[in-house]
Write a protein that binds this ligand. Structure first.
Ligand code: GLU
Length: 380
């Protein structure tokens, strides 16, 4: 049910702002920046209040905010919204981002929240170890009730190695943050079966599967001309989210208050696929770099859904790095689980059989909660 009700509306029941424990909200440039280059302060103040209401209701919210290039371009009086060349976009982003962070910090503070800025480039989420580091930072911030404000680090990202649009960035952040819902807010209220400007265009409320027919409905290009994302990048984002089992909705941020009211939207439903998607990904797609041998107590705990603790580990093989895939093997040589190592092999070896409270002194840094966290582990 939403803040304004409508519990009988099945659409509203599935809308990620309503249902998600951990929600990523992506906000497009045109919502934040006016045509004359000023920040839409009233809109932002409402958004900050609505985020605060969600946080007060027990949800965790991270924001992927566009607007740096649009804001900086106007301040630097650059042509084509700062997108005439990569150099222009990088300079515009540098000018715009500092303003954008300040505005977010202030608006959220006014609503009683703490903002946290994270700027990412593509490789921060493609590289497994850096991905896990970013994931750990997001986890910590969200668990403390801070609101991460995330953008691509456009002033250093070069054209070959960029996300390029914040829709896909939001999807990858959703994966890293283990979100269960993503809301893409821009100037369109969802997917239509053809260009929404054409007469007779039908709004599609729910999409179960993204196929060639759905992809053909996206005609590309942003209506506002400010951001780089169009429907094609939103569908690409929905595909990434779908693989991670995250529901993704597209709604307009221009009319109404999408975090407060049940607004019209399109939803790409995926949450029911979460377990299988994670299992497929972990169980099938990566090269196994190491073996971790466990005692009977650890094996029993894993089956019950626990993380793998160092105290139950009896030995290991392989030169794995933190973030690599490793198999968990019992004394009778059964592979019972597969997961992502929280330590590289060297550090893992130093703490096998050691209880958590004694690990810090051995490692020289605060230990992680497990050798393999249960969120990154599947039973085989
Ligand atoms: N990262 C860009 C910015 O802050 C926005 C990318 C997009 O339009 O999706 O301006």
């Amino acid at each position: 049910m939403t803040a304004t009700g409508r519990p009988s509306d099945p659409q509203a029941m599935l809308f990620p702002p309503t249902t998600s424990r951990r929600l990523i909200v992506k906000i497009g440039s045109a919502l934040l920046v006016d045509g004359d280059g000023s920040v839409r302060a009233d809109w932002l103040a409402d958004m900050a209040r609505d985020i605060a209401a969600r946080v007060a209701a027990g949800q965790q919210v991270a924001v992927v905010s566009s607007g740096a290039i649009a804001l900086g371009a106007r301040r630097l009086a650059l042509p084509k919204g700062g997108r005439a060349s990569l150099e222009d976009a990088q300079a515009a982003a540098a000018v715009g981002q500092i303003a954008l962070s300040q505005i977010w910090a202030q608006s959220l503070a006014d609503a009683g929240l703490t903002a946290a800025q994270i700027l990412l480039i593509l490789d921060d989420l493609e590289n497994r170890r850096r991905y896990l580091n970013a994931a750990a930072t997001l986890e910590r911030l969200l668990s403390m009730g801070a609101v991460p404000i995330i953008n691509e680090n456009d002033s250093v990202a070069t054209s070959e190695i960029r996300f390029g649009d914040n829709d896909r960035l939001a999807a990858r952040v959703g994966q890293a943050a283990r979100a269960d819902g993503i809301l893409l807010l821009s100037d369109v209220d969802g997917l239509y079966d053809r260009n929404p400007a054409e007469p007779g265009a039908q709004h599609i409320a729910r999409i179960e599967r993204i196929d060639a027919r759905i992809r053909a409905m996206a005609d590309g290009g942003s209506a506002s001309g400010m951001g780089s994302g169009g429907m094609a990048s939103k569908i690409a984002a929905a595909e990434i989210a779908g693989h991670a089992g995250i529901d993704l909705a597209i709604a307009s941020g221009g009319a109404g208050r999408p975090l407060r009211d049940a607004v019209r939207h399109s939803i790409f439903a995926a949450a029911h696929r979460r377990t299988r998607a994670r299992k497929n990904w972990l169980a099938g797609r990566l090269v196994v770099r190491g073996h971790i041998y466990v005692d009977a107590g650890a094996a029993r705990a894993l089956v019950k859904g626990s993380s793998l603790l160092a105290v139950g580990v009896t030995g290991l093989e392989g030169r794995f790095q933190r973030g690599d895939v490793v198999d968990v093997i019992t004394a009778d040589k059964q592979i019972i689980a597969r997961g992502l190592a929280e330590y590289d092999a060297g550090d893992a070896l130093r703490i096998i059989g050691i209880a958590s409270e004694a690990q810090g002194a051995i490692l020289g840094y605060a230990p992680r909660s497990a050798i393999i966290h249960r969120d990154h582990l599947v039973l085989l």
